[in-house]
Design a protein around this ligand. Structure first.
Ligand SMILES: Cc1ncc(COP(=O)(O)O)c(C=O)c1O
Length: 362
């Protein structure tokens, strides 16, 4: 694929490496450019890197009315050698196509996605924030652009990648969150879109998030449609840790997103020193496990925070259940430290997990 470069004039671009003063936060900033590519007449066309800025979109675009839109989220890190490395980005490209299939969006070859992401990071590499625990957050997305008000798959799409220089999610220390156990709000239904990163899944979760905040929780612990099994922790996979250190993640069903963080923790079991397994997790067993002390830690796995420890669960009647002493546990800290050290290049990564962004000379 030959990418066209329509870069900002040098004087309007970042001239030297970004050295922010305070924590730049997560997802707030953008870099100078974005990657765009269009799909029509059955092909992806016109790959280009252009200045970051607003799109022109038809008011009748299918994405705006019917939500035919998907996205990904990944990170890149700078190592001691001054190079920027993407982390498991091929898994994101693979999952983009899984989402595309679920949303009737055309397949976008993974090599094209990776080439687009690498070229954009390379063009904006001076935007990597030089700060402890910082990263470039990578947000690729595809949306339906056809101007048509009947409900059927669009015949045209745009693939876009934007970058966000981001700081450490948790600053110096992990902090525990609380989750509202909801029997009322559900994130996904069997046969639906829960296993995809469809934009509409997130629109549909906002109301549950609002209800959680109203009772002082950060997010909802989602259950399956029969309120029997644990599914997800807001926009993270859920996990818990048994007394012997075993990490348990709910089995991936078609109502659970296949978290790349969860998959990585499973692959890292030997390195972490804990058995990691997936199984259907019954809510009543989980609660009993916390009450008896058989479950000693719990939390969520996801790219943004890596690990979010849960200090307490809140029931709909207002009761609160602390996990252990409600503080951040040793196992969670250990997982977080091992995982982030691998990302930063301070600990050996499994083959292929970290890929240097090539210098293309633009
Ligand atoms: C619903 C949901 N579950 C789980 C995750 C975690 O997935 P990953 O580890 O790939 O970021 C995310 C975030 O991407 C999510 O939105």
């Amino acid at each position: 694929m030959e990418i066209k470069y329509q870069l900002k004039p040098a004087a309007e671009r970042r001239q030297e490496q970004f050295r922010p003063e305070g924590n730049v936060g997560f997802g707030r900033l953008r870099t100078d450019h974005m990657f765009l590519m269009d799909y029509y007449d059955g092909e992806w066309r016109d790959p280009r890197i252009v200045p970051y800025g607003p799109f022109s979109v038809a008011p009748g675009a299918v994405a705006l009315h019917y939500g035919q839109s998907i996205f990904e989220g990944a990170k890149a890190f700078m190592h001691q050698d001054g190079e920027i490395y993407t982390f498991r980005i091929n898994k994101n490209a693979e999952r983009m196509n899984r989402s595309a299939d679920i949303l009737c969006i055309p397949y976008l070859p993974e090599e094209m996605q990776l080439q687009a992401i690498n070229a954009l990071i390379d063009a904006d590499r001076l935007w990597f924030p030089m700060q402890d625990g910082a990263c470039l957050y990578i947000r690729p997305f595809i949306f339906a652009t056809e101007d048509r008000l009947s409900v059927s798959p669009s015949t045209s799409y745009t693939f876009c990648v934007v970058l966000s220089p981001s700081g450490a999610y948790y600053g110096a220390n992990l902090s525990p969150i609380s989750l509202l156990i909801s029997t009322h709000y559900h994130r996904a239904a069997p046969g639906g879109t829960g296993a995809s990163k469809a934009s509409g899944n997130y629109a549909a979760s906002l109301r549950a998030g609002r209800a959680a905040k109203e009772v002082g929780a950060s997010q909802v612990l989602y259950l399956d449609n029969n309120n029997v099994y644990i599914e997800e922790a807001g926009a993270m996979n859920h996990f818990h840790i048994l007394k012997d250190g075993t990490v348990v993640i709910p089995a991936f069903t078609d109502t659970i997103l296949r978290s790349i963080t969860s998959q990585s923790i499973i692959e890292l079991a030997a390195e972490l020193g804990y058995p990691v397994r997936q199984e259907m997790v019954r809510l009543d067993d989980f609660i009993k496990g916390i009450e008896t002390g058989d479950i000693i830690e719990a939390g969520g796995f996801g790219t943004a925070a890596v690990v979010s420890p849960v200090g307490s669960y809140i029931f709909e009647d207002g009761r609160r259940l602390n996990v252990g002493d409600g503080k951040v546990g040793e196992h969670v800290k250990h997982i977080y430290e091992v995982y982030t050290a691998i990302q930063r290049g301070e600990r050996k990564a499994p083959t292929g997990w970290l890929q240097p962004v090539p210098h293309l000379g633009h």
